[in-house]
Design a protein around this ligand. Structure first.
Ligand SMILES: *Cc1c(COP(=O)(O)O)cnc(C)c1O
Length: 223
């Protein structure tokens, strides 16, 4: 299957579902990204700040760039001037730095808070109670806007485990949506679902899926 076919099929599948497709282009060369671009796709995700900055520099400026990977605070400065959404905020320190760099770039940076829902210890993210504590501090960061949550399910063939984890994430999302927070918090986006598990995520109310392999094929290097 070609990138062209893959992206068209996914667009079709997601149309009418109110779910945005983030084409995850990490480790993919410029030419492959341009194939998706020529099909009209404009939303791409990367997991490394320097790679994201490089691609932003080299590619057309009407692309919306999302940061989806774990971030070190010292890398925020490279993407603060242009990034559309950071999906992976998982600490106070990071939130503070995003605010600082947003201030420097004179823009409010939209962010999602990443919750840990998987069984693996290795996946990043906040526990739900940590997330609630963090939300209480967002008022102090005027150059940040928290627009929702992100989570990754366990890497498993067992669909019931994935379904249980995404359902829990959706429940957190619904709980937060109904609460009143400071004015730079507006919970409306739920980033869940990747190539292997996005049908379950969409079924459970995802508003953003992050899909790499099913568009671009296997990555040559790991990331
Ligand atoms: C790589 C990555 C994806 C996309 O994974 P695929 O299995 O290739 O679709 C989604 N989310 C995050 C955070 C990633 O790092």
């Amino acid at each position: 299957m070609s990138i062209k076919n893959n992206i068209n099929l996914l667009q079709q599948e997601l149309s009418g579902k109110k779910c945005k497709l983030i084409a995850v282009s990490k480790n993919q060369p410029i030419e492959k990204i341009m194939e998706a671009y020529h099909e009209g796709h404009r939303v791409f995700g990367e997991n490394k700040a320097r790679e994201l900055e490089k691609k932003w520099n080299e590619l057309p400026k009407d692309i919306e760039w999302h940061m989806i990977g774990h971030m070190q605070t010292n890398k925020v400065k490279y993407i603060a001037p242009f990034v559309s959404l950071i999906h992976s905020v998982d600490s106070q320190k990071l939130l503070e730095e995003i605010n600082k760099q947003g201030n420097k770039a004179n823009r409010v940076i939209p962010c999602l808070l990443q919750i840990h829902i998987a069984r693996e210890d290795s996946k990043f993210g906040l526990k739900y109670d940590e997330l609630l504590t963090l939300l209480e501090t967002v008022n102090d960061y005027p150059f940040v806007k928290v627009t929702g949550l992100m989570g990754m399910a366990t890497l498993t063939d067992d669909a019931s485990i994935i379904r249980e984890e995404f359902a829990r994430l959706k429940q957190y999302f619904d709980e937060l949506k109904s609460k009143k927070f400071s004015k730079n918090i507006e919970i409306k986006e739920l980033s869940m679902g990747m190539s292997a598990d996005y049908p379950i995520a969409v079924d459970l109310g995802s508003t953003m899926v992050r899909i790499g392999t099913s568009i671009f094929g296997e990555r040559t290097t790991k990331g």
